[in-house]
Every structure is written in C-alpha cells, then in structure tokens.
Design a protein around this ligand. Structure first.
Ligand code: GDP
Ligand code: MG
Length: 379
C-alpha cells in the first residue's frame, strides 16, 4: 500500500476527495490539524486545515480492470455456451428431421413425414413411429404416397387404438373389486391412490382404501389425511391376515384401492414380502412407472415386479418429461394396458385416465398441456 498526503479543509472533504481521486478502496490512515498563512504579507492571519494521510492499495486500478475483464470473458463464455447448446440442439433436431423426412419421402406424404419426425423427436422409436403412422395412413392415388386417412388427429388416434391398450374410464364403470398399485419408492403410488379414489368417488362409486405401507414415517398420515377429507373408509394392514380382514370389512365397497410400500425394485426380498398380501385376494395389480425414466430402466422395473401378475401400467410424473415417447414404446412393446397418467403433485386434479385422444395429443403437441383429452389439436 502506498501513502499520500492531502490537505483539505474538513474530514468530509477528505472522504469525498478520496473517493473521487483514489477509488473506493483508499482509506484514511491519519489526520492532523495544520495552520497555514492566508497571505504571506500578513503572517499573523492563519487558517486551520487538515493534513490527511491516505493509504491506496497498490495496483488497485489494474486489479479492478483485470477483474472486470475476466468477468466479461466469463460472461461471454457463458453466453457462447448457451448459444452453442441451442445451436447443437437445433442442428440435431434439424438433422434428424431431415434424415427422417428424406428416408421416408418416397413412402409418405409430407404431412405424414412431419408427424413421423415429430414423434421420433419426442422419444418414440423410429420403427414404432413408422408402424403407427403406416396404420394411420392409406394409399393416396393422387400423391402416389401414403397419407393420413382422415385428419391427422383422428387418423393417429385410430392407429393408437389398434396398437396400444388402455383401461381409461371404462375401468370406472366396470371396476375390479381390488386395485393395487405397486412400484419403486417415490414414484407416486400414494398420491395416485388419493387421486384415483377421488375420481372413482366422483363417479358415484363406493371407495375404500387400505394401505400396506406402514414402514415409511408419514406415509400413512399422508394418505389418511386425503382419505379423511373424502370421507372414505381407511385401513392400515401389516399382515396378510389383517389385509384380508380389511377387505372383508369393506365388502360393501365397489372398489378398494390398496397402497403398497414403495420398495426398491432391486430389493427382491421385500418385494417377495408383498406377495402373500396380494395372493390372498383377487387383486388387479398395476405397476407405477415414472415417465421420466429411461426406456431400459422401465423394462428393468417391469422385470423386477413381474413376480406379480401385472395387469397394467400407471405412468406418473408425465409433467417431468419432454419426451413422452418412452411411454408409447413401453406400452407398444409390452402390450400392457395403461390405466392412467399423472401430471403433477396436486391431489386430486393432476391425473388423466388414459385414453387414445390424450395419447395422440401427447405426441402431436409441442408443449403438451395436461388436461384431459377431448379437443383435437391442430397438427
Ligand atoms: N411432478 C410430479 N410429482 C409427483 C407426481 N405424483 C407424485 N409426485 C410426487 O412424488 C413424490 C412421491 O410421491 P408418493 O405418492 O409418496 O410416492 P410413493 O412412494 O410411490 O407412494 C411426492 O413428492 C409427490 O408429490 C406427478 O405426477 N408429478
Ligand atoms: Mg407411498
């Protein structure tokens, strides 16, 4: 730190001068009062001033400039990175689109090619997307190519109907007596049971709920509070006997939802513990898969849970993925019917009973809105 002396008339002036001439980091080290003659020929007339010693950090100016230069570089780098990632994404999309469209330009009409590449971009495997589009199309003599039989939405919905199975709302009409949700921890089983209970109750069904999840702290309370609001009978069971007793007590109900502990799909022993519960009644068992899992992981979970007779699938957390094509691939390949989709954390709103219109919307819309299907989107 180097020092300098300045003469000022007040400390206030010293501080102002300091800031103005030496920057924010200069400091007052000391000060002393001095007398100065006003005019040389009247030596007895003096004025009182302050001599202030200030300390100025060495290379302060250089350091600040360097820092601001560096920050500028970082900002530019960040900007460049953002731009690059956008560009790469666009190039990939554009390349994929071009490739898909070129590959199929002989076979499909332009609008069919466009929908095909959109589906592939959204995660549907190319061979599955192609099969689905082919079924949605007929041969157009004028074009000399395959084109959608009707409007895009209608044609694609028909094709999904032929290739994928859904339970949808019909399960509310012909409800099985016992519906069980199994699946990995945290996938959304308990939340989904609460949503389903509401939907079935709203449709006039007598609903009961049993939970086998007495392991996790708070798990029972979470469900109990939903069920209490809905004024539904609720039981906790931790042995097959208690479970059967609960089922018996609720025999006047149209449907009993059974929530299970979210056990790790790697944990075979604990999965096996569930078996005697479920074998003791004729339960319809649905496996809950989070839509944001990768396709191979979904198959792995299905394999692990296939110690149970899985009747169908629930896809949760659809709101957490931009690539719902996974869901189509898994439903197409396993031919397991989809019971419902869940689309957020809010009970009871964030659920859609699976239907073909909704699946079509998932594929066609750039940003899918999560309300139940009904209106056909522009494609
Ligand atoms: N984003 C999102 N979160 C969900 C959804 N369903 C459940 N969750 C959240 O996932 C977490 C675990 O849910 P829970 O029902 O306790 O899972 P469980 O362990 O399978 O019973 C909670 O924070 C839920 O709010 C969904 O559809 N979307
Ligand atoms: Mg739970």
């Amino acid at each position: 730190m180097r020092t300098e002396k300045i003469i000022v008339s007040s400390l206030q002036e010293a501080v102002e001068e300091l800031k103005r001439s030496y920057g924010e980091n200069a400091v007052v080290l000391s000060s002393r009062v001095i007398k100065r003659r006003k005019w040389w020929f009247f030596p007895f007339l003096t004025t009182t001033l302050l001599e202030v010693t200030i300390g100025i950090p060495e290379n302060e100016k250089d350091f600040k400039e360097e820092l601001s230069e560096k920050l500028k570089v970082y900002e530019e780098l960040q900007h460049l990175r953002d731009t690059l990632s956008k560009v790469i994404k666009n190039i990939q999309t554009a390349e994929e689109k071009d490739q898909n469209q070129q590959e199929h330009s002989e076979e499909f009409s332009l609008r069919a090619q466009r929908i095909l590449s959109r589906m592939v971009y959204r995660g549907v495997r190319k061979e599955i997307a192609k099969k689905l589009i082919e079924e949605a199309c007929g041969f157009d003599i004028e074009l000399g190519k395959l084109d959608f039989k009707e409007d895009v939405y209608r044609s694609l919905t028909d094709s999904f109907e032929k290739n994928i199975s859904v339970e949808g709302n019909k399960i509310i009409e012909q409800t099985p007596k016992v519906i069980v949700l199994v699946g990995p921890t945290g996938v959304g089983k308990t939340t989904t049971i609460a949503k389903l209970s509401y939907l079935f109750k709203r449709a006039g069904k007598k609903v009961g709920v049993i939970t086998l999840d007495s392991y996790r702290v708070g798990a029972v309370e979470q469900l109990r509070s939903f069920i209490k609001i809905m004024e539904l009978p609720f039981k906790i069971a931790d042995s097959p006997e208690e479970f059967l007793k609960g089922i018996k007590e609720m025999s006047n109900r149209d449907v009993i939802f059974v929530d299970t502990a979210g056990r790790s799909h790697h944990d075979k022993l604990k999965l096996n513990e569930l078996k005697p519960f479920l074998e003791s009644c004729e339960a319809s068992i649905y496996l809950t898969l989070s839509a944001n899992l990768s396709e191979p992981v979904m198959y792995e979970v299905i394999m692990q849970f296939s110690i149970f007779p899985i009747k169908g699938l629930v896809f949760s957390k659809l709101d957490e993925t931009s690539y719902p094509g996974n869901v189509i691939n898994v439903a197409y390949r396993t031919q397991l019917p989809i019971l419902c989709f869940t689309t957020g954390q809010t009970v009871p709103d964030d659920i859609v009973m699976a239907d073909y219109g909704y699946i079509t919307k998932l594929m066609l819309e750039e940003k899918h809105e999560f309300e139940s299907a009904g209106n056909s989107p522009e494609a």
